[in-house]
Ligand binder design. Structure first.
Ligand code: SF4
Length: 325
């Protein structure tokens, strides 16, 4: 069967609800570069069919920055590396409320509170709960959280506070994980996702590509994500941070980035697939093509340690390609 026919067959299987097997996903990872555009177009049609034209626009608030006890080798916020990135503890609820209001006014549909720590201490967790209550009462935007490892009781509490979705990334393939982090394990991460799901939270999980993983390892990550079937997938593209072990990492080719998003769409037709950090730096179009290759979400107005495009600029981009916010 030709590559074009194989892409079409996979697309029909997804559109008819049959889905594709892991073997087919592996074959999509082997399709030569000159067929990537066809793969991307097929993924785009799947996105439109299952998700319409809406792009999920989210803003982040890094509520506890830097000095993290973990040693993830891509991360500028690890206390193991001297990156010169500023460090701060939890802000006041009033400060977060005003930033959440600004995000809502700028068109964001969700607002994710992110903390750079292994797990919240009981005292910090209680402060975060107060922040969430204040944002709920005063802003009314969908609140999501990324607070590291959680106990079941903490996850339950977040659910009671109407937190919609919990983010906890797998980061990379299981076979690559020990190379990029030694202070916790891949299984620790899977466990947290299970705790969040058991507590009734929706899941957002994904990883970061361009860490020096092989194409097989990117497939491994995609299949692991498909097995979890989260409501949202978030994929970052490495921006090497000076001072980290990956500061000299070679960037991924654009075709491999597009392949990643497209194959995820074939496996997870209904999920939000969000382009996270790295789109402005690694792509010459800020993600315009990816939003037509399987992705249907972006993070706007900057990331945890990096700036990004303004919300206005991103909303203009979305409308320019005929999509909606
Ligand atoms: S990725 Fe998360 S857990 Fe790892 S060092 Fe950075 S903030 Fe800490």
């Amino acid at each position: 069967m030709s590559y074009s026919d194989f892409i079409k067959e996979c697309q029909e299987n997804v559109l008819s609800g049959v889905g594709i097997s892991s073997d087919s996903a592996a074959k999509l990872f082997e399709i030569p570069k000159e067929y990537i555009k066809e793969l991307a177009n097929a993924a785009n049609q799947i996105t439109r069919e299952f998700n319409g034209n809406k792009v999920d626009v989210e803003q982040l608030n890094n509520i506890k920055k830097n000095s993290c006890s973990e040693d993830c080798s891509f991360c500028g916020q690890s206390a193991f590396f001297d990156t010169g990135i500023e460090s701060y503890q939890l802000p006041s609820p009033t400060e977060v409320v005003s930033r959440a209001q600004k995000a809502k006014d700028e068109g964001a549909k969700s607002y994710c509170l992110v903390a750079a720590w292994r797990e919240p201490s009981p005292k910090d967790f209680s402060k975060v709960c107060t922040i969430i209550e204040e944002v709920n009462n005063k802003v009314g935007i969908s609140v999501e959280c990324s607070l590291g490892f959680l106990t079941y009781d903490q996850a339950k509490k977040l659910k009671e506070l109407n937190v919609k979705r919990y983010n906890h990334n797998l980061e990379t393939a299981k076979s690559k994980f020990a190379e990029i982090c030694t202070t916790h394990t891949y299984e620790d991460r899977l466990r947290t996702l299970q705790i969040a799901r058991d507590a009734g939270l929706e899941l957002c999980t994904g990883g970061i590509i361009g860490l020096g993983e092989t194409q097989e390892q990117r497939l491994e990550l995609v299949l692991a994500l498909a097995a979890i079937y989260p409501e949202e997938i978030t994929i970052n593209i490495l921006v090497p941070v000076p001072g980290t072990p990956l500061e000299l990492q070679t960037p991924l080719e654009k075709s491999e980035i597009i392949r990643m998003f497209s194959v995820i769409r074939f496996l997870l037709p209904e999920s939000v697939i969000k382009i996270s950090g790295g789109r402005e730096t690694n792509l010459d179009d800020s993600g315009e093509e990816l939003l037509q290759s399987g992705a249907n979400g972006i993070i706007t107005s900057g990331y945890l340690t990096l700036g990004g495009n303004d919300a206005d600029q991103d909303i203009k981009m979305i409308k320019k390609i005929g999509l909606e916010v």
